[in-house]
Design a protein around this ligand. Structure first.
Ligand SMILES: *Cc1c(COP(=O)(O)O)cnc(C)c1O
Length: 422
């Protein structure tokens, strides 16, 4: 049996194969960018259209009537999300955006006292997270150069948990790290670093943008203090979808650093009192009116995660990234590629990072040939085979396309620089 046949056999045996037809896949295109923006599904489209219909039909009464009353939509999506992060529904709320939710948790949980003033992050962190942390330090009158500690990477790809723990000195008040690094796809040992932070009296939380919807989590069991993530990458909630926030129940009752009326007890919100009556759970950390139209698609999309199960999704995702790595090693040997992603399954997230000095223009050649990857400067092609809508055959085809591009030097047609949105 040749390899193409073998991948087709894997697809026939795939318990998740049926979900592929629920997504809008474009003809002659292989989408490998679900870790930047997940694709539209028919169910997400349906729940969005229902919401538009409800607005048409009910006007203001859409808040409490209609198919999916808007007043309870954040809480409804939170119930669906809770199993994906290993939390109870009250510990999760769908609200804000990743960056806003990061501001919220820092405003809430960062209480510098005496010499405990520093925040620990890492030097490979996503820029928006760093900007948010720097600005929060400035609000407190601290110089970010001194008070934001960025754990160093030895190789520009990975972080060592021991280096993170070493940075947890008695000058540290808060630690905020990615669950999965956005470039290399390394999974941090969240359980371990959380326990180590707590031993030292430090609060800790995670940015789950690249992990939620891709791998299982046990935030509550690991005793993580808080987490935040976007819902438009692996969760397919649509561009700018309303984001997620987890707050450990031991912090229920803490006043939100950034308060607003949607953080109220829902029964009392419309009493219009000037005394904030907190929802008393993760819902307390909502600020203003939810972006209903950016929430509605998520409700439909999350149905599929409940049906598929995150363990099955993870298992297929690993099989696909394993296949990718195997094929890159064999088919693309000697072409200048380096795999910038952990080979060890336990620490590998949902994408494969492929490094090459011509990466920017290889990406352009891939796109020209109908393969959608993404590029991360200076030299990384990220390829995310997504369990719900990619096939094993897709993985084979992408590697064959890369091989052709390299053999024919097709990339030489393009400039080796990134586009505005990479
Ligand atoms: C995608 C991503 C973001 C994006 O933040 P937004 O507020 O949604 O723009 C932030 N952090 C990480 C790690 C990401 O991967």
């Amino acid at each position: 049996m040749d390899f193409l046949e073998y991948t087709r056999k894997l697809d026939r045996e795939d318990p998740l194969a049926k979900f592929r037809e629920e997504f809008y896949l474009q003809p002659n295109t292989i989408y490998m960018d679900g870790n930047s923006l997940g694709l539209l599904s028919k169910r997400a489209e349906r729940t969005l259209l229902h919401t538009l219909e409800d607005w048409k039909e009910f006007g203001i009464d859409g808040w409490t009537q209609g198919r999916q009353p808007w007043f309870y939509m954040s809480e409804k999506a939170s119930e669906q999300l809770a199993p994906l992060v290993g939390a109870s529904p009250e510990e999760v709320i769908v609200t804000g955006s990743t960056t806003v939710n990061l501001h919220q948790v820092v405003a809430t949980f960062y209480h510098p006292k005496g010499k405990r003033t520093k925040i620990v992050a890492d030097e490979l962190n996503f820029p928006s997270d760093i900007y948010a942390l720097q600005s929060q330090l400035r609000i407190h009158g601290f110089n970010p150069e001194e008070h934001l500690v960025r754990v160093k990477s030895h190789d520009g790809r990975y972080l060592a948990e021991d280096d993170i723990v070493e940075a947890m000195t008695d000058e540290v008040a808060l630690v905020i790290l990615p669950s999965i690094l956005y470039r290399s796809g390394q999974i941090l040992d969240m359980k371990y670093v959380t326990a180590e932070a707590h031993k030292r009296g430090i609060l800790i939380g995670f940015d789950g943008c690249h992990s939620v919807g891709s791998i299982p989590h046990s935030f509550s069991e690991w005793d993580v203090d808080f987490a935040f993530w976007c819902n438009y990458k692996h969760l397919n909630g649509g561009p700018g979808a309303v984001a997620g926030l987890y707050v450990n129940r031991k912090h229920f009752g803490v006043l939100p650093g950034l308060a607003g009326w949607f953080g109220s007890d829902k029964q009392k919100q419309f009493d219009m009192e000037h005394t904030f009556m907190s929802a008393g759970n993760a819902g307390a950390f909502q600020i203003g009116t939810p972006h209903v139209l950016s929430l509605a698609p998520l409700i439909g999309s999350l149905e599929m995660f409940a049906e598929a199960g995150i363990d099955t999704i993870r298992s297929k995702s690993l099989s696909m990234t394993n296949l990718f790595i195997q094929l890159i090693d064999t088919e693309l040997a000697g072409m200048g590629f380096t795999i910038g992603t952990p080979r060890e399954e336990a620490v590998r997230g949902g994408h494969v990072g492929l490094e090459h000095k011509e990466a920017a223009r290889i990406c352009k050649a891939l796109k020209e040939n109908g393969v959608i990857p993404d590029f991360r400067a200076p030299n990384m092609i990220r390829l995310a085979p997504v369990a719900l809508y990619n096939s094993f055959e897709d993985v084979w085809n992408v590697v064959q396309m890369l091989k052709t591009i390299m053999e024919e030097k097709q990339y030489e047609k393009y400039k080796n620089e990134r586009d505005v949105v990479a």
